[in-house]
Design a protein around this ligand. Sequence first.
Ligand SMILES: Cc1cc2nc3c(=O)[nH]c(=O)nc-3n(C[C@H](O)[C@H](O)[C@H](O)COP(=O)(O)O)c2cc1C
Length: 334
Amino acid sequence: MSHALTPISVGPIQLRNRIAMPPMVRLSPHVAPELVQTDGLVTDGLIEHYAQRARAGTGLVIVEATCVDPAGRVWRQGLNAHDDRSVEGLRVLASAITAAGAVAGIQLVHGGPQADASLTGGLTVGPSEVAPAVGEPEPAELTSAQVLLIEGRFGEAAARVADVGFQFIELHAAHGYLLDSFVSPIRNHRADAFGGSMENRMRIITDVLLRMKASLGERAAVGARISVFNHIADGFGLAELQAMVRILQDSGSDFVDLSTDRVLKNAFGTERTMGQLARDATRLPVLVAGGVSTPADAETVVSDGHGDIVCVGRAMLADPLWTERAIEKLTGAK
Ligand SMILES: Cc1cc2nc3c(=O)[nH]c(=O)nc-3n(C[C@H](O)[C@H](O)[C@H](O)COP(=O)(O)O)c2cc1C
């Protein structure tokens, strides 16, 4: 019996198997113009894009990073959930995924220092005035009151997507966007409750998780995606990874999603992978992504405890039927 094809519970929801499509925005309208949204709204092409991967048998389909605040927009062709205009399209999208037997997930993002200033009215915001990369503009430092407003934006967007049928809601706390930039001691020099210790730097994330948990109850699994590997230059190691995972668990997360450069690579000078080390620190299901492209690797990820749910990104973009073929291979049907 395949481990990757075994059902699993994530908080209040059940997945039919442990194969997930991770969140992936489409970077260029030239690659897939039929998927481009006008003004952040869902298109028929986009619905079909996700529904195809769901129909192939994928257990969990996580819709791409979706913006919670007009001031945090990152992509001109990116989805948004920051106002009620987006609701009808998102409802159709969630039901198309659910009707195909997958759990409909979605990722919520605020771009923070990595927002596109040409979409946000010229300004980007962050924990401190530290540019996201050399030559890029410094974000304006958020006041404590503004941080609370952004927490509210996440809460409102979560309620919107839960109301239209998304049952797995993930905060994008990875890859340098707003939530991740708070976690980084290099980018966050704040002296208020949102800066200093790891607990404080994660407070914006944990506040939102607690709020989502309280308002959504059993309607959705909630959690966050973190990417420790892009903080290693900031002095992050095993202790920081495990501390982050524990903090997520203590603040009501139903899962931890770990974005890695390569799932099946040993980490921090140990004989174990990042996913295995994260799993040591939590009883929550851990999702892992990074470099899994064959059914055999997906099976190894689950059977050897690198993660409980295996995300297959680029390979599933390249082949909408990836999961169907994997199921055939892993069940010996072909
Ligand atoms: C085109 C593209 C878009 C992506 N968009 C997102 C995103 O919206 N949110 C996110 O957390 N990660 C995003 N990622 C990262 C993927 O979710 C995944 O973690 C990464 O591609 C590694 O998995 P893979 O090796 O299976 O592709 C994106 C990756 C690609 C290739």
